[in-house]
Design a protein around this ligand. Structure first.
Ligand code: GLN
Length: 301
């Protein structure tokens, strides 16, 4: 495993084409694209790292996995009357389907669906407590208390997030938001601004892999279903491509992180800030493709 990761990290380091960092969030536009980290946390308790695996980065939409887990814990399956479970085939921040489908977002991993998820876990408490609950969940999953929100990144997104505000207002107009738009957006942007290293993220993802000794934060059924949604919707309109190339459920974020679950085997986190045309980490996707080839791991046998 260590040899695989060293090889993958070296390949990424030498790659001339690293993709484009996200520019629409001013704080993310400043990140050095020349970084790459990977961590594999295996079901037997071992942890393998290579590259910048201990550098914290903005997890952005990878947070939607943890937010969904928490919202399901609170609202149970009633959440599914407010958000669907189908791939959208459109960009993460696309607004077009919302009108056609009367304000019920296609899935919880596109932005519109994630706003509903955030709204749902906000029903229980004020934003500060809700975010505290989310951090508590992530820290417990990772077994690491040194995981925090970068408030500067959150503010930077809040100041420029017109499209997300538009979506939240649209959801509200369809009666699919229980809380104030400002409250939902403020919480959502802070949720996305959580920072973690690959090592912390791989550790935190262990609750998804259903193996003895892994943290059991949700029922096995629910974890399996979250992984199913990661496979079908975790990379937006690039989900089919990721499934084809990697064959494992993954969730990406515009910070360049990807969390991947190899059921029964390992939780994997990879990070490189440059993105491909779908807004998913370019080198991260390539690294996972190489990793799946090297290990032979795939949910398709
Ligand atoms: N905070 C980002 C947004 O809402 C998350 C998007 C992403 O990571 N794909 O635009």
């Amino acid at each position: 495993m260590q040899r695989f990761l060293d090889e993958i990290a070296e390949h990424a380091r030498l790659s001339p084409e690293k993709g484009q960092v996200a520019r629409y969030i001013p704080q993310l536009a400043k990140i050095d694209p020349d970084q790459f980290g990977i961590c594999v946390s295996t079901a037997d308790g071992a942890c393998y790292v290579a590259g910048d695996a201990d550098v914290p980065f903005s997890i952005q939409s990878v947070s939607k996995v943890f937010a969904l887990a928490m919202a399901l814990g609170h609202a149970g399956d009633s959440l599914w009357s407010r958000v669907g479970r189908e791939p959208s085939g459109s960009a993460f921040d696309s607004i077009v389907l919302l009108e056609r489908e009367q304000g019920v977002p296609r899935n919880p991993f596109i932005n519109a669906g994630a706003l509903v998820t955030t709204d749902s876990y906000l029903d229980m408490s004020a934003p500060k407590e809700a975010l505290g609950g989310l951090l508590h969940f992530i820290r417990a999953a990772a077994g690491d208390d040194d995981i925090h929100i970068n408030a500067t990144v959150a503010r930077s997104e809040l100041a420029t997030g017109h499209r997300n505000f538009a979506m939240a207002h649209y959801l509200a107009s369809c009666d699919n938001l229980n809380n104030d738009v400002d409250k939902v957006l403020g919480t959502y942007c802070h949720q996305c601004a959580i920072e973690m290293s690959c090592r912390q993220l791989a550790m935190a993802g262990r609750f998804l892999i259903d193996a003895p000794g892994m943290p059991r934060l949700l029922s096995a059924d629910r974890s399996r279903r979250i992984a199913a949604l990661m496979m079908t919707c975790g990379h937006y309109d690039g989900s089919g491509d990721f499934a084809f190339r990697v064959g494992l459920p993954g969730k990406s974020g515009v910070g360049g992180g990807i969390l991947v679950a190899a059921p029964g085997k390992a939780s994997i986190a990879v990070w490189s800030p440059g993105l491909n045309q779908y807004g998913n980490s370019k080198l991260g996707t390539e690294a996972m493709e190489a990793f799946a080839r090297m290990t032979g791991w795939s949910v398709f046998g």
